[in-house]
Design a protein around this ligand. Sequence first.
Ligand code: SF4
Length: 185
Amino acid sequence: MANELIDLLVQSAGTWLFEGHRSGLTDREWMALRFLARANRFSKTPSALATYLGTTRTSASQIATVLTEKGLLTRKPSAEDKRSIALCVTPEGTKFLDRDPISALRDQVVTLELADRTRLRDALRRALVGLDMAVRPHHTDVCSECMFLAERSKQKSSYFECRLFRKELAFKETELLCTHFERRS
Ligand code: SF4
């Protein structure tokens, strides 16, 4: 059963891991564009991109340059750290994501029952947590599972705060990807 599952995962990877170009970009370039479209404001830097791609900062910057030259990304001064830049997906980049080769797999996942999708998501997350402990220091994830997320209240209304960056987070931001994520123990 475990081998069968792994084989299915390997076969599904064919939609996002491939040789050459699909719809105009390499698999790494698609991965970078997809990530930056879902990254929170602390994770749009070249070093966060390098962390997500599991590559060097130089390689991540080269990928960002290709995407910038195609008009899919733009570099802006970071609002969080004046010494850093933020890699922001342009409106053209957002539209270009409609051509993402991984959409074929996403369309199939969407047809699953909600309960099946939830079980699949939770099972994959548990497997990744196990991998984190075994071979990887951490992975990128959303705030809801992070030890730094705190719920606060002010004038009878509640809000979220990131205790790592000491910044208030809008609810929508808690659903974005963060490379500074640390799992609750
Ligand atoms: S709470 Fe965790 S995942 Fe969310 S912004 Fe802070 S460090 Fe990142």
